[in-house]
Design a protein around this ligand. Structure first.
Ligand SMILES: [Zn+2]
Length: 284
C-alpha cells in the first residue's frame, strides 16, 4: 500500500516510528471482554489490527516541509513494551529529508508518543533535532502540559525544553501552518488536541491525531481510551468529527492505525467502519 498520497499540489507521507502489539484491556480499561466479543475477528483476521502503530506525517508543498508529530523517539517506548529505538530519522532519510530540511514541526498533542524525536541530548547540551524548524503546539495543550508537575519522562525531556531552546510557538484553533495546512481543534483526548486539514487543488486530507487508536472505535465511538483526558468531550468530538468525515468521504490519516494509516470512514451494514486504503482520487 502506498505511503505517500497527493493532495492537490501537496504530498503527504506516512512514516512509522514504531509499532507494538495492541493490548485491548490496557488501551480501553472500561470496555468488557463481552463488548469486545463481536470484534475479535477484526483483530485476529485482519493484518495489522493486532498492532498499535506510532506514525508521523510529512507534508511537502508550498516550498515547505512540515512534520506532524515526532513519535516515541530514541529512548522510550510504550509502557510495558520492550524499550526500542524509533525509526523516524532513517525513514525521513529514505524519502530524501534530513532533519535540517524540516521547516515546521507541529503536534497533534503533547503526549509522550508524539514528541520523542524533538531534541538531541549531548551531555549537558540540549538542542533541537530539527535545527531549522519552528515547533508549533496548540496554546491549550501547551498551557496544560507545561503546568503539570507529573508528566511522562518523554514529555519532560522532549517537549518542555522546546521553550527554553527558543524554538516554540503556540497557535490557536484555525491557524494556517502553510497555505495548505489548517489546524482544527478536536479537544478531549487532551485539552488542546488538534487535527490538521490538508487542502490543495480541490482535494482534502484530514490528519486525525488520536481521535481513534483502533479501527473498532469507528463503530464504538463511545469507548473511552485510557488517555482521554476528558472522556465526555473526547466522545463528543469523536462522534462529531467521524460523522462529518464519513459524510464527506474525506481521506483520513489516522496515526495509530495500521501502516500506512490512510483510509476512510464508511457505512456497512448500518455501522460506521474504518476502510483502509486510498481510493476516490488521491494518488501519487
Ligand atoms: Zn498517541
Amino acid at each position: 500500500m502506498r505511503t505517500t498520497v497527493r493532495v492537490g499540489n501537496v504530498e503527504v507521507t506516512a512514516i512509522r516510528d514504531k509499532a507494538h502489539s495492541f493490548d485491548r484491556a490496557w488501551h480501553y480499561p472500561a470496555v468488557s471482554e463481552e463488548a469486545w466479543a463481536p470484534y475479535l475477528d477484526l483483530i485476529e483476521n485482519e493484518p495489522g489490527n493486532a498492532m498499535v502503530n506510532f506514525h508521523c506525517f510529512v507534508v511537502r508543498g508550498d516550498g515547505r516541509a512540515v512534520l506532524i508529530d515526532t513519535g516515541w523517539g530514541p529512548e522510550l517506548g510504550p509502557p510495558g513494551a520492550p524499550k526500542s529505538r524509533g525509526a523516524l530519522p532513517e525513514r525521513l532519510s529514505e524519502i530524501g529529508l534530513e532533519p535540517e530540511d524540516i521547516d515546521v514541526v507541529a503536534f497533534t498533542h503533547l503526549h509522550a508518543d508524539h514528541v520523542g524525536w524533538n531534541l538531541v541530548y549531548d551531555g549537558e547540551a540540549i538542542s533541537p533535532r530539527f535545527g531549522n524548524a519552528r515547533y508549533l503546539v496548540s496554546e491549550r495543550d501547551w498551557a496544560f502540559f507545561s503546568s503539570r508537575e507529573e508528566n511522562h519522562p518523554n514529555i519532560a525531556r522532549q517537549a518542555l525544553p522546546l521553550e527554553r531552546a527558543g524554538v516554540l510557538d503556540t497557535f490557536a484553533d484555525g491557524h494556517s501552518l502553510t497555505r495548505s495546512i489548517t489546524a482544527v481543534a478536536t479537544p478531549g483526548h487532551t485539552p488542546g488536541h488538534t487535527s490538521f486539514v490538508v487542502q490543495s487543488g480541490g482535494e482534502r486530507l484530514f490528519i486525525l491525531g488520536d481521535l481513534i487508536h483502533h479501527p473498532v472505535v469507528a463503530t464504538e465511538t463511545g469507548w473511552v481510551h485510557r488517555f482521554d483526558a476528558d472522556p465526555e468531550e473526547a466522545v463528543l468530538t469523536r462522534r462529531r468529527q467521524l460523522r462529518r468525515l464519513e459524510e464527506d468521504r474525506t481521506l483520513v490519516a489516522a496515526g495509530h492505525l495500521n501502516h500506512p494509516t490512510f483510509g476512510r470512514f464508511e457505512r456497512r451494514g448500518g455501522r460506521r467502519i474504518w476502510k483502509p486504503g486510498v481510493t476516490g482520487g488521491n494518488g501519487g
